[in-house]
Design a protein around this ligand. Structure first.
Ligand SMILES: *Cc1c(COP(=O)(O)O)cnc(C)c1O
Length: 414
């Protein structure tokens, strides 16, 4: 029996986009869709107390995974909101102190767009470049910090290429200079060890649905001591979450996120080893057969479940069509009607062609070795088939240096 007879199609291998809600999480949430429906802010009856208890238990579970205290966790609707609250909240609170914020070009859009908005409001933003391996240069960061700098925001793990930035060193540098450090850890927490004290972070954005919890719920860690971080709330209302985030708490979602983070804590060591083995199996099976494939970014400083590969001499769209029984992401982003090459891959120095012909595999909790074997075999088969049709690959095989080829001139502009 071939291993592919054991797999059920389609295969989900896009775990950086979102993860399946763990059945144990769903089970923990169910009572809160039904009989436990109180408002966690209702202080004068049992319905409210039951909801509040559930929220406080979840706060503990989340705090525990990152080495924080429960009081430092502020619930939000997701990492997008957490990033907005952290960056805009600090910008507004510390405006007297300075107007400079440092981030990097490969951040998630919700960090980049937040910074661009602040730029319109008179803040100065430094977007640090990354090196070919996807990591920022700590010396460049050091040089960028001025007496006007109030915040550094650098993500812990990148959602496209899985690169792990040296946050501990970044945090140390920030603290030496008296600058607050925020990290978007939506992809990192629950996948690699993370501790707010050891990692020297002041603000951390978290999301439920990247860690096998529900969508639409997240949290922001806000340090309370050494230093005590203050934020200007970005939503006005009833003053929930100690005034930092108004709106009635999403009790069901919070219960799910708490359970998901508890499971992540219990299983992290075993799971990260298993995902790393699956990821490496996928990579080595592909590389054993195909030439001209490239891993984008450092292999060493990377999330265990991430593999982002470019396949030279194939057209990205055709590749994706060929493997359409496997759910993955490509290095192209649909912006309006056109296919734009990924800005993250471009920041690493990839040309448009290589960015378009790249695939992000996100191996997760529910993937099996049989699925990895199927995916590897399928990718190899499709890439081989597409290359058989490629005159450029033919020339490459014949030893023609394509960079030296003089192509027929385009017709001149009329
Ligand atoms: C998914 C993701 C976000 C957005 O999180 P939501 O909870 O979906 O708002 C932000 N940053 C990173 C790195 C992510 O992977």
């Amino acid at each position: 029996m071939g291993s592919d007879t054991a797999v059920k199609l389609p295969i989900y291998m896009d775990n950086h986009a979102t993860t399946r809600t763990d059945p144990r999480v769903v089970e923990a949430m169910l009572p809160y869709f039904g009989e436990i429906y109180g408002n966690a802010a209702s202080r004068n009856h049992q319905f409210g107390w039951a909801a509040e208890k559930a929220v406080e238990d979840a706060r503990e579970q989340i705090a525990k995974l990152i080495g924080a205290s429960a009081k430092e966790i502020v619930f939000t609707s997701g990492a997008t909101e957490s990033n907005n609250l952290a960056i805009k909240g600090v910008a507004e609170m510390y405006r007297e102190k300075g107007n400079h914020i440092i981030t990097e070009v490969t951040e998630h859009k919700c960090v980049l767009e937040t910074c661009k908005r602040l730029e319109k409001h008179g803040y100065r933003i430094t977007f640090l470049p990354v090196q070919k391996d996807g990591l920022i240069d700590l010396n460049q960061l050091k040089d960028a910090i001025t007496d006007q700098t109030i915040l550094v925001s650098i993500m812990a793990a990148n959602n496209e290429i899985g690169i792990l930035q040296p946050i501990r060193e970044i945090g140390k540098l920030c603290h030496e200079k008296g600058v607050l450090f925020h990290t978007d850890a939506a992809q990192a927490v629950g996948k690699v060890p993370f501790n707010v004290i050891e990692d020297n972070v002041d603000l951390v954005s978290l999301s439920g649905h990247k860690v096998y919890g529900p969508k639409g719920v997240g949290a922001l860690y806000v340090r309370r001591r050494n230093p005590r971080v203050q934020l200007v709330a970005q939503m006005d209302g009833g003053g929930q979450e100690r005034g930092m985030r108004s709106s009635t708490l999403n009790v069901t979602g919070i219960v799910g996120m708490g359970k998901a983070f508890e499971l992540a804590q219990q299983e992290l060591a075993e799971e990260s080893a298993r995902l790393l083995a699956l990821r490496e199996s996928l990579r080595t099976q592909i590389e054993a057969v195909l030439d001209e494939v490239y891993v984008n970014g450092s292999l060493e400083h990377r999330l265990p479940g991430n593999l982002n590969m470019s396949f030279a001499y194939v057209e990205g769209e055709s590749l994706l069509m060929g493997i359409n029984d496997i759910a993955v992401s490509s290095g192209s982003a649909c912006t309006s009607a056109t296919l734009e090459p990924s800005y993250v891959l471009k920041a690493l120095g990839a040309g448009d062609e290589m960015a378009h012909s790249s695939i992000r595999f996100g191996v997760g909790r529910f993937n099996t070795q049989a699925e990895v074997d199927y995916v590897a075999a399928k990718v190899v088969e499709v890439v081989k088939r597409l290359r058989e049709l490629s005159p450029l690959y033919e020339m490459h095989k014949e030893g023609v240096d394509l960079s030296k080829v003089k192509w027929a001139a385009e017709p001149a502009n009329q």
